[in-house]
Design a protein around this ligand. Structure first.
Ligand SMILES: [Mg+2]
Length: 130
């Protein structure tokens, strides 16, 4: 696992180790929480974060429409990275999970189990996908 120090003064905290290979959902939730408490003062309200989530999803849509759709990039837009915008979406989504008490690891596993039961054969039987 590749690790590097990113902040000496925060050594020992979740910020001290930059884990590029693996990050569990629980670690991501802890990392966002520590970032908010260290740099963000406090969480924005749920309503504000919902608006920010919509804004960030829009930024993802803008890139997708230009990279995979018919739209073209304006000058500086070419530097916008899909990975960075998807991470912005994930960050604010994690904020919403943290401030509403959602354990994303547990919730996501339950969600996948639900999808397995519900859609076991659904997509396999969809002739449009063949
Ligand atoms: Mg963004």
């Amino acid at each position: 696992m590749k690790k590097s120090l990113i902040m000496n003064e925060k050594k020992g905290s979740i910020f001290s180790v930059k884990t590029r290979d693996e990050l569990t959902l629980k670690q991501a939730q802890q990392k966002v929480d520590e970032w908010i408490k260290t740099y963000g003062v406090r969480y924005f309200s749920e309503l504000t974060n919902m608006a920010i989530l919509a804004e960030e999803v829009g930024e993802v849509a803008r890139i997708i429409s230009r990279e995979f759709g018919e739209q073209s990039f304006k000058g500086k837009e070419k530097n916008k990275k899909l990975s960075d915008e998807l991470s912005d979406v994930l960050f604010v989504l994690i904020c919403l999970a943290n401030q509403t008490g959602v354990d994303l690891s547990d919730a996501f596993q339950k969600n996948i189990e639900k999808k397995i039961k519900r859609d076991k054969d659904r997509h396999k039987k969809n002739k449009k996908l063949k």
